[in-house]
Design a protein around this ligand. Structure first.
Ligand code: FA5
Ligand code: MG
Length: 353
């Protein structure tokens, strides 16, 4: 309900506006329709089938996606809107929205984040007049457009294209940016599968599409160290962002200056996996998140072994607890950890060691 991407002075809102302006300025004669308030509750058809996700694909499981009812989910990507918007006659559009996934817990993953989806349909005369195949035109324009966006945002920076797989595009790519000593994936994209265009009665056309993670780009652009900060009510965060603060290429732009980090608190837990039930890291993360909220910073598997004689596997996880706003007391961390331990046994059926 927070609609962070619609707040003009929030880093996500600032970045979204910059991206929208970029797409409307590349070629002002062909403007993109911009949408940012489509409902996040979509049918399983829209979320999966309409973008050709196979019936047995893992992303359909309740371990990865939040189901609202049997036939509806909290969208796990903004691609859920592609087909419907194409059917409505949109040929260049951007859709920004909150998306939801059960996922791992660390500084760059959060169960709700924001994506910008971009789609651009080509008419046959566009590639014919350039003596290119439709595929060449679409994939070349896709890459130059997105590289242009990244340079507009960051100036010169280290980026690389990685071959990827999405059921709805072919070829598919991911773009990674070098950030704090690591390659961080910031978007997925590709040339849209023809069958999606066919379903929208756009046979004979070509299109490219991309989906980017707003938080990941905002973390790089503003130097925000932890994805949970986007949700903090702390004015020491919000007061540092103002619409209009963006400078192309990041030149002379004020970065986020971290107020003092509060100390982390580490808790380890070791357990035997259930023998007759399935255990997943996503369900562990979901459980910890449901008890600790944003106080959990990371959940990490630090040891794993198998007792061959007993035919049992043991996992040891380390939880990092830290508040973005204040120092945590021993008592409150212990209380959280005790509840986590209990629920591990009752809900996930592990045996604590
Ligand atoms: C997709 O969601 C595809 N729908 C993107 C796409 C659209 C491909 C159109 C082709 C055509 P992926 O799951 O890789 O792809 O997510 C896209 C981006 O969302 C990632 O590159 C990353 O920036 C961001 N992202 C993914 N998971 C998380 C998370 N848990 N927290 C924050 N950001 C995330
Ligand atoms: Mg990806």
């Amino acid at each position: 309900d927070k609609g962070l991407h619609r707040l003009p002075d929030h880093p996500l809102g600032i970045l979204k506006n910059v991206i929208e302006n970029y797409f409307c300025e590349v070629d002002p004669s062909v403007s993109f329709t911009v949408m940012d308030d489509l409902s996040p509750i979509v049918s399983t058809y829209a979320n999966f089938d309409s973008v050709l996700v196979p019936a047995d694909h893992v992303s359909r499981s309740a371990n990865d996606t939040y189901y609202v009812t049997k036939g509806s989910v909290l969208r796990c990507h903004t691609s859920a809107h592609q087909l419907e918007l194409l059917k409505h006659g949109h040929k260049r559009f951007l859709v920004t929205g909150d998306v939801y996934r059960r996922d791992t817990i660390d500084a760059t993953h959060f169960p709700v984040f924001h994506q910008v989806e971009g789609v651009r349909v080509f008419e046959p005369h566009e590639w014919e007049s350039q003596n290119l195949s439709s595929l060449e035109l679409a994939s070349t324009e896709l890459k130059t457009t997105l590289e242009g966006l990244v340079r507009h945002l960051f100036g010169e920076c280290e980026m690389r294209w990685v071959d990827a797989y999405f059921p709805f595009t072919e070829p598919s790519y991911e773009l990674e940016i070098f950030f704090k000593g690591e390659w961080l994936e910031v978007l997925g994209c590709g040339v849209m599968q023809s069958s999606i265009l066919d379903a929208a009665e756009l046979d004979g056309h070509r299109a490219w599409a991309f989906g980017l993670g707003l938080e990941r780009l905002a973390m790089i652009l503003f130097d925000i160290p932890d994805i949970r900060l986007f949700w903090t009510p702390d004015p020491r965060f919000s007061q540092q962002f103002k619409s209009g603060m963006f400078r192309a290429g990041g030149v002379g732009m004020k970065k986020f200056s971290s107020y003092s980090k509060y100390p982390p608190c580490y808790k380890d837990v070791s357990f035997w996996l259930p023998q007759d039930k399935n255990f997943t890291e996503n369900s562990l993360c979901e459980l910890v998140r449901s008890i600790a909220g944003t106080l959990v910073e990371e959940v990490k598997l630090i040891d794993e072994f198998e007792n061959k004689k007993l035919k049992r596997t043991s996992h040891c996880y380390r939880f990092t607890y830290r508040s973005m706003e204040r120092s945590l007391t021993d008592d409150e961390v212990n209380e959280i950890q005790n509840e986590v331990r209990q629920r591990l046994e009752t809900d996930l059926h592990v045996v604590l060691r």
